[in-house]
Design a binder for this molecule. Structure first.
Ligand code: SF4
Ligand code: SF4
Ligand code: SF4
Ligand code: FES
Length: 960
C-alpha cells in the first residue's frame, strides 16, 4: 500500500463542446476550450512548476513560477492564467523560463526558514518540490535581509499575531514564518468553502494571511480544512501531522457523519490514522470536507470505547465481561425463551442509519428469517420516512431526484426546513457557489438560518413561517402558481396524470389555500409568499432542497407530497438544476431505507404482503416469511409498556436519547426482558440493556453507505475492528445461535445477495464500485453505470400523481400553559446525539445545548443570555442555558439535542406523521422560566458525562 496522490492539473478541469488543439514541447494535445496551458500540459504528463495554482481553485497568477514561452507572443506568460488556443505552440523548458523560475525560487527561499529536516511538511511540501524541480542550488541574496522568520520590530508592532504560531484551532496551526503568501488559503476559503474568513492583510513585504484580525478560533472560520488542504507549505498544518509525522499509506473511504457522504483518504501510519483528507475523485464532495469528516474522527479510538462483550441478568446488576460466544449464546437463548413464552412476535430489532448497507440488510434478514416476524424498524423512521412515502406516492421512488452537482444548474433554489451550512456543510458550499454566481434563493424556515444572509449570499425571500405550517405555506405558493397562470402546462399535460392534476388544481385554487388566507396560520405576509411563488415558477430551473424541518411533523408526508406537486406543476423534475431533494441526516439514511428495514417492506421498497416478492426472498433464504407487516419503533415501545413485546436487538442506535418522549421510551425499554445493544459506547439506551455487543467504527468497517443522492460509496476498513469482530459477523453469529445459517465470508457477498434480490441494485457489485468509484441507484441492466437524475423522460410510476394536500394543523398548539413553540435542529460542530462528536475536540465550539429565545419573550420572562432556564412541555421538563437571539421569531424557541445531559427529547411529544409515524420533533408547545437548578436526572447525567471533562482537560493541556 502507498499514499494515494491525485493528479493536480493546476487549474480547474473545464467542460466545453468546443475543443482546441495546441502543441506543447513538440507534442500535440486537444483540450476543451477554456483549459489553461498549464492543465493542457499536465494532460500530457508535463508538470509545469507552480506554487499559487491548484486545480480546486481558479487561477490567480501571483507566484510567476509557471512561466512558459509561446510562439508569436511577447514575454513569458503565466501558463496558469493563459487559456490554451487553437494552433498555439508552447515551450515549457527554455533557458529563459528556467532562469526566471530559479530567480523566483531564490526570492522565496531567501525568506524561508531552512528547517526542512524538522519541518512537519517534510516530504509533502510543494515549495521543497519546486526548489527541486527548478534545480535551485544557491540563493544569491543570502538569508540576512529582512525576512519573516525573524520579523523586524515594525512588523511585529504592526501585528502582534505575526510573531507566533496560531495554534488556537484544535485541529490545525498557522505558522506565518513559512507563508509564501500564495493566497491559496484565502481563495480556498472563498471559492471552495464560501466562508470568506481569511484575507491578506498588509502590502508587499508586510502581506500576511489574516483570519479577520483575530486568531483562527475566534474568527469566522468553520474549520472545514480547505485552506489547510490548499496550503503548499507547512504554514497551515494539521496538528495530527505535526505530532505524528507524515503518513505512509492511504485508503479511500466514506465519512460516517451526514448524508452528503464525502469521500476521504484515510492517511495512515501502520494502523493509525494520521489524517483524513477529502478525496478529489469523490463524486459527492469533489475534494471538499467539513469539520466533522475532516477532523472529528478521534472518537473511533476514544478510551470510552467498549471492546469486550458484556452481559447482566437485570439492568440493576453490574456488567460482566464475557467472551463473544457466551454473549451471543446468552442473547440467542433469551430471544428464544421470550418467543416461547410470549409468542414469535414478542421480539424485534432496530437497524441504524450509521451502519453499512450490508450490516442493515443482515439485521432485517435475521428478523425475518430467524425471528420469523417483520418486527424490524430503522432510525430513519424518526427522520425521513415521510420522504419515502411522499415521493413514492407522487413520483414513484422513495428517494431524491438529483445528484448534488445538479445544483450548479439551478436558477432558483427553495430551501425549506433544512439548515445546510450546519447540517450538510459540503453540499451547502456547492449551493453557496451557485448562489454567488447569481442563482436566486428562497428560504422557508421559522428561524433565520445562516443561508438567509451569509457573505455574498442573501435570500430573496425569507418565509419565516410558524413551526407546523409547512403544508399551508407550500399550498399557498402552489395556489399562486395555479391562479396566476404560472403552471408549466405542456409539462403537466405530457408528464402527469391529468385527471389528478385537475382535481388538485381545483383544490389548490380554493381561496382557503391563498397566501392571504393562510397568512393567519403561517405568519408569513401574503405579499412575500406571492413574490416567492412568482420567483420559483418563473425564474428558470427551480430546485427544492429540504430536511427534517419538513419531515418531522405530524403532516411530514403531506408536505413532501405538496413539494412534489409544486415541482410537477412548475415543470421542475427530470433534468439538471431542478428536483425535489431530501437532505438526509445520517450517513446511511437512504441505504437503511433501501435495505428493507421497515416492518412492511423488503429491500427496494416492496411490500411484504406481495406474494411474488415474498416468494423470491423465501426461495433465496430457505424459510417461509411472515406476510403481515411488523411493528414500528413506537408500536414496539407501546407493546413493551403493554407487556407483549419483550426482546429487542438494537444495532447502532440510542433510542433512549434520540427518540421523542424519553419517558415513554425508557418505560418501554425497562419493561423488556432482553435488550441487546450493539454500539461503540455505553449509551443512554445501554442503561436498559442486558447484553452489550461491541460495535465497530467506520474506520473498522468494510461495506457501503448510500448518500442522499442515492450514491453507493465504498466504506473501506483501514484498521482491524477493536473488538475483534465486525457487526456483520456478529449478526451472522447471532443468527447461527438462533438456528439460522447465513454463511457469508465477506461483505461483498452480502452485496451480491442484495443485488440478486433488489431490482434497483441488480447491477451493483464491489467490482463495479472499484472500477467506477461509486454508482447511484437504480443500477441495473437499463442503467449499468447508475442513474444520476431520476424521472428524466417519464416518472418512475408512469404519470406524475398530484395529491390533495389539505392543511390539517397539528394538535400540538401553543396555549396559556405552554405559550411558546419549541423547534429543534443541529449545529455544525456536533452531530445528532453527540455520541461521536462529544468525544472529540469539537466540544470547543459547542460544549452544551442552549435555548435560543427572542428578546421580546426573554424580556417578558426576565431572562438574559447565560441564565439557566427551565423548559417545560406537557411531556416533561429540562433545564438549559438561554441565549437571547433574534434568529428566532417571537413565540418560538429553539435548541439543539447533541448533549445527553440536556435530554431535549424529554420534552418532545409523541405526536407523529399521520402516514409514517415519524415523530413531530419540530413542534412542541413549551413554557420557559428562569431557574437555578438542573433536574435531578440531569445532575446525575452531568456527573456521568466524564467524556466532557476529559476533553476539557485535554483542551486545557493543549492550550498550555
Ligand atoms: S478552515 Fe475552512 S473556513 Fe476556516 S479559514 Fe480555512 S478554509 Fe476558511
Ligand atoms: S498560509 Fe499557505 S496557502 Fe496561505 S498564503 Fe501562506 S503559504 Fe499560501
Ligand atoms: S459534509 Fe457530511 S459527509 Fe461531508 S465531511 Fe461533513 S459530515 Fe462528513
Ligand atoms: S502557478 Fe502560475 S503564477 Fe503561480
Amino acid at each position: 500500500m502507498s499514499l494515494i496522490k491525485e493528479i493536480d492539473f493546476g487549474t480547474p478541469i473545464r467542460v466545453a463542446e468546443q475543443q482546441v488543439t495546441l502543441t506543447i514541447d513538440g507534442e500535440s494535445v486537444t483540450v476543451p476550450a477554456g483549459t489553461s496551458v498549464m492543465a493542457a500540459a499536465m494532460s500530457l504528463g508535463t508538470r509545469i512548476p507552480k506554487l499559487c495554482a491548484t486545480d480546486s481553485l481558479e487561477p490567480f497568477g501571483s507566484c510567476r513560477l509557471c512561466l512558459v514561452e509561446i510562439e508569436g507572443r511577447r514575454g513569458t506568460p503565466a501558463s496558469c492564467t493563459t487559456p490554451a488556443e487553437e494552433g498555439m505552440v508552447v515551450r515549457t523548458q527554455t533557458d529563459r523560463v528556467r532562469g526566471l523560475r530559479k530567480g523566483v525560487m531564490e526570492l522565496y527561499i531567501s525568506d524561508h526558514p531552512l528547517d526542512c529536516l524538522t519541518c512537519s511538511a517534510n516530504g509533502d511540501c510543494e515549495l521543497q518540490d519546486m526548489a527541486g524541480a527548478v534545480g535551485l542550488r544557491e540563493v544569491r541574496y543570502g538569508y540576512d535581509g529582512a525576512n519573516h522568520v525573524v520579523p523586524g520590530a515594525a512588523l511585529a508592532e504592526a501585528n502582534p499575531l505575526f510573531l507566533g504560531k496560531d495554534a488556537s484551532n484544535p485541529y490545525f496551526t498557522y505558522d506565518p514564518s513559512k507563508c509564501i503568501v500564495c493566497n491559496r488559503c484565502v481563495r480556498a476559503c472563498e471559492e471552495v468553502q464560501g466562508t470568506f474568513a481569511l484575507t491578506i492583510s498588509g502590502r508587499g513585504f508586510d502581506s500576511r494571511v489574516s483570519a479577520g484580525g483575530t486568531d483562527f478560533l475566534g474568527s469566522e472560520c468553520v474549520s472545514c480544512g480547505a485552506c489547510v488542504q490548499a496550503c503548499p507549505t507547512a504554514t497551515l498544518m494539521e496538528k495530527s501531522v505535526i505530532e505524528l509525522g507524515q503518513p505512509e499509506h492511504s485508503k479511500v473511504t466514506t465519512c460516517a457523519y451526514c448524508g452528503v457522504g464525502c469521500s476521504f483518504k484515510a492517511e495512515m501510519q501502520g494502523d493509525r490514522v494520521v489524517r483524513m483528507v477529502p478525496y478529489k475523485d469523490g463524486k459527492a464532495n469533489e475534494g471538499h470536507s467539513c469539520v466533522k469528516g475532516r477532523f472529528a474522527w478521534g472518537y473511533a479510538t476514544h478510551e470510552d470505547r467498549i471492546t469486550k462483550p458484556m452481559i447482566r441478568e437485570r439492568i440493576t446488576d453490574p456488567w460482566r465481561e464475557v467472551s463473544w460466544e457466551e454473549a451471543i449464546d446468552y442473547a440467542a437463548a433469551e430471544f428464544r425463551r421470550i418467543q416461547a413464552a410470549y409468542g414469535k412476535d414478542s421480539v424485534g430489532a432496530i437497524t441504524s442509519s450509521r451502519c453499512t448497507n450490508e450490516e442493515v440488510f443482515l439485521v432485517q434478514k435475521l428478523v425475518r428469517a430467524a425471528f420469523r416476524n417483520n418486527n424490524v424498524d430503522t432510525c430513519a423512521r424518526v427522520c425521513h420516512s415521510p420522504t419515502g412515502y411522499g415521493l413514492k406516492t407522487t413520483l414513484g421512488t422513495s428517494a431524491g431526484t438529483q445528484d448534488f452537482k445538479s445544483v450548479a444548474k439551478a436558477d432558483v433554489i427553495l430551501v425549506i426546513g433544512a439548515n445546510p451550512t450546519d447540517g450538510h456543510p459540503v453540499f451547502a458550499s456547492r449551493m453557496k457557489k451557485r448562489l454567488r454566481q447569481g442563482a436566486r434563493l428562497i428560504v422557508a424556515d421559522p428561524r433565520r438560518i445562516d443561508l438567509v444572509k451569509t457573505p455574498h449570499v442573501a435570500a430573496d425571500h425569507h418565509l419565516q413561517l410558524k413551526p407546523g405550517t409547512n403544508v399551508a405555506l407550500i399550498n399557498a405558493i402552489a395556489h399562486v402558481v395555479v391562479t396566476e397562470g404560472l403552471v408549466a402546462e405542456d409539462y403537466v399535460r405530457e408528464r402527469c396524470d391529468l385527471a389528478d392534476f385537475e382535481v388538485w388544481a381545483r383544490f389548490i385554487a380554493d381561496e382557503r389555500n391563498s397566501p392571504e388566507a393562510t397568512e393567519e396560520f403561517t405568519g408569513v405576509p401574503a405579499a412575500e409568499v406571492r413574490g416567492a411563488a412568482r420567483l420559483f415558477a418563473g425564474g428558470g430551473n427551480g430546485a427544492i432542497y429540504y430536511g427534517l424541518g419538513v419531515t418531522e411533523h405530524s403532516q411530514g408526508s403531506t408536505t413532501v407530497m405538496a413539494m412534489a406537486n409544486l415541482a410537477m406543476a412548475t415543470g421542475n423534475i427530470g433534468r439538471d438544476g431542478v428536483g425535489v431533494n431530501p437532505l438526509r441526516g445520517q450517513n446511511n439514511v437512504q441505504g437503511s431505507c433501501d435495505m428493507g428495514s421497515f416492518p412492511h417492506e423488503f429491500s427496494g421498497y416492496r411490500h411484504v404482503s406481495d406474494d411474488a416478492t415474498r416468494q423470491v426472498f423465501e426461495l433465496m433464504w430457505g424459510v417461509p416469511l411472515d406476510v403481515e407487516p411488523g411493528l414500528r419503533i413506537p408500536n414496539m415501545l407501546d407493546e413493551a409498556v403493554g407487556g407483549t413485546f419483550k426482546g429487542l436487538y438494537v444495532q447502532g442506535e440510542d433510542i433512549a436519547q434520540s427518540d421523542p418522549n424519553t419517558k415513554h421510551v425508557t418505560a418501554g425499554l425497562a419493561a423488556m426482558e432482553c435488550v441487546v445493544i450493539q454500539d461503540l459506547f455505553l449509551n443512554e439506551t445501554a442503561k436498559y440493556a442486558h447484553v452489550f455487543l461491541p460495535g465497530s467504527s467506520f474506520l473498522e468497517k468494510d461495506g457501503t453507505f448510500t448518500n442522499a443522492e442515492r450514491r453507493i460509496n465504498r466504506v473501506r476498513q483501514v484498521m482491524a475492528p477493536l473488538a475483534g469482530k465486525s457487526e456483520w459477523q456478529v449478526t451472522i453469529d447471532l443468527a447461527r445461535a438462533l438456528g439460522y445459517e447465513m454463511g457469508y465470508t465477506h461483505p461483498s457477498q452480502i452485496m451480491d445477495e442484495i443485488a440478486r434480490l433488489t431490482p434497483t441494485f441488480a447491477g451493483v457489485s464491489y467490482d463495479k464500485l472499484e472500477r467506477l468509484g461509486s454508482v447511484q441507484w437504480p443500477c441495473n441492466d437499463k442503467a449499468p453505470t447508475g442513474t444520476p437524475l431520476m424521472h428524466v423522460d417519464r416518472f418512475v410510476r408512469g404519470k406524475g400523481r398530484f395529491m390533495i394536500t389539505e392543511f390539517v394543523p397539528t394538535e400540538e398548539r401553543a396555549g396559556p400553559r405552554f405559550p411558546l413553540l419549541l423547534t429543534t435542529g443541529r449545529i455544525l460542530s456536533q452531530y445528532n446525539v453527540g455520541a461521536q462528536t462529544r468525544r472529540t475536540m469539537n466540544n470547543v465550539w459547542h460544549e452544551e445545548d442552549v435555548l435560543e429565545i427572542h428578546p421580546f419573550d426573554a424580556e417578558n420572562r426576565g431572562i438574559r443570555t447565560g441564565d439557566l432556564v427551565a423548559l417545560a412541555s406537557r411531556s416533561g421538563d429540562i433545564s438549559l442555558r438561554a441565549e437571547v437571539s433574534e434568529r428566532v421569531q417571537p413565540g418560538v424557541v429553539y435548541t439543539t439535542f447533541h448533549h445527553a445531559v440536556t435530554g431535549a427529547n424529554v420534552i418532545t411529544t409523541d405526536f407523529s406523521d399521520w402516514a409514517t409515524n415519524c415523530p413531530e420533533y419540530k413542534v412542541t408547545a413549551v413554557e420557559v422560566r428562569r431557574t437555578n437548578h438542573y433536574s435531578p436526572w440531569q445532575e446525575r447525567n452531568r456527573e456521568e458525562d466524564v467524556s466532557l471533562r476529559r476533553i476539557a482537560g485535554r483542551l486545557a493541556d493543549a492550550a498550555e
